[in-house]
Design a protein around this ligand. Sequence first.
Ligand SMILES: C[S@@+](CC[C@H](N)C(=O)[O-])C[C@H]1O[C@@H](n2cnc3c(N)ncnc32)[C@H](O)[C@@H]1O
Length: 263
Amino acid sequence: MHRHDFLRQLHHVYKPHNYLEIGVNDGRSLALSRVASVAVDPAFKVVTDISCDVHLVKATSDDFFARKDPLLHLRPGRNPFRAFARKDPLAWFGDPVLELSFIDGMHLFEYALRDFINVEKHSRWSSVIVLDDMLPRSVDEAARDRHTDAWTGDVYKVATVLRQHRPDLLVVPVDTSPTGVVLVFGADPDSTVLRDQYDSLLTEYVVPDPQDVPDEVLTRKTAVAPEAILRADFWPALSRARNVRRPRSAYAALRRRIESLTE
Ligand SMILES: C[S@@+](CC[C@H](N)C(=O)[O-])C[C@H]1O[C@@H](n2cnc3c(N)ncnc32)[C@H](O)[C@@H]1O
């Protein structure tokens, strides 16, 4: 299944009220959103019809997150129709919580790691964070110094870091074409682990080409079939938990249900 088909169906099963996209390019992934969206790219060239209420930001993701109130556009209280659709007054006027985020900007480890850190700060355990290009098909495709048409760079290392340093998160690789995605569940906006270790992570993971891509990544041995995750039975419960802001204590049971797909 192509990543755009996967993303389209993810919108359908998870039913987010808002969407953040980092890396827009010609707008093909943004075109799948029907909800309030923020989309960030310093060099977008949108050629596709866009069918959502979007704040299109011409900036790097780092500059975007450095702004005061970067997600103001997603506050339902700014739009009476949207506010009415949300019964939770906290969602009207509080800081917007990201529900579905797609990280597909600069394909270098340190950029994608920073994007994840910044997105997580605005997410909750019941949010879904998708990272693109996480399953390169060759060492060439995974090079930091781009020399192939299709290019993932070394962003696949973000999944390794999350598994190693953030066992509280659930990291699920999904076998989409062409270059795989990873879904992250269980976001904790209060966690400072990655921020605190950012410099030492760069020292450890930013290394010259060729990259030593693990076999498990190249063969997609542990990746879940996209169809299996999309038809899983946990999505309504996850959406409900998100909508009524169930406390983090509810994560454990849902995590077990999601994890059973990966066994
Ligand atoms: C692979 S394309 C995005 C494709 C799009 N998400 C889709 O699926 O159709 C990557 C985009 O990231 C943008 N980009 C590069 N550096 C960036 C940065 N620092 N912050 C945000 N976007 C960046 C590029 O301009 C490019 O348009």
